[in-house]
Design a binder for this molecule. Structure first.
Ligand SMILES: [Zn+2]
Length: 177
């Protein structure tokens, strides 16, 4: 799974809960049964029991709601984290980020997902209207240019060229630091 190495996703965002689906199904099943009997109680004029039944319905449906909310947040976090991976900028403005994620609610969503523990390594600066991205060190290649001897650092997957003399990075050079 590629998401494991995504620096913006927390353990919570990638962990699999094996019991989530069976629990949701069982609760939803009881939820339908309780909803049915609640309607019955109200129709029979047993308002007191009907109200209690409503509370029971809420109690049964809460885990279902939480499981769906968790699944939705995981999906949103992954979508955002995957969109941020190709970026090498250390900081983006709110506008740039909203363009990258093609959503006007992106900032609010990121804020919530950080707060709820699904996203990490992102720092929202409300005053400056920027989001700082943590770019992990192991996503960089370091090498000494065989042409001019300059030390270079570039993001893997990008164009690996010396920033001083434009000589391309050559793998056969045993100079990679
Ligand atoms: Zn060079």
């Amino acid at each position: 799974m590629t998401n494991v190495s995504n620096p913006y996703l927390t353990v919570k965002a990638v962990a699999k809960k094996r019991l989530a689906t069976p629990i949701a199904l069982v609760c939803a099943f009881f939820g339908v049964a309780v909803a049915y009997s609640t309607v019955e109680l109200f129709l029979r004029g047993e308002t007191g029991s009907g109200v209690i039944s409503c509370f029971l319905f809420a109690a049964v449906m809460t885990p279902v709601y939480r499981i769906f909310r968790h699944a939705y947040r995981k999906l949103s976090a992954r979508r955002i984290a995957e969109a941020l991976i190709p970026l090498s900028e250390e900081s983006l403005t709110f506008d740039q980020l909203q363009t990258v994620l093609s959503s006007e609610k992106a900032i609010q969503q990121i804020k919530t997902l950080i707060g709820k523990g699904y996203l990490q390594n992102l720092q929202i600066d409300l005053a400056e209207r920027t989001v700082a991205l943590y770019v992990p060190e192991d996503s960089f290649v370091r090498w000494v240019c065989p042409g001019c001897g300059a030390k270079n650092r570039a993001r893997k997957g990008g164009a690996l060229r010396c920033k001083y003399c434009d000589q391309p990075f050559a793998k056969e050079q045993p100079k990679q630091l």
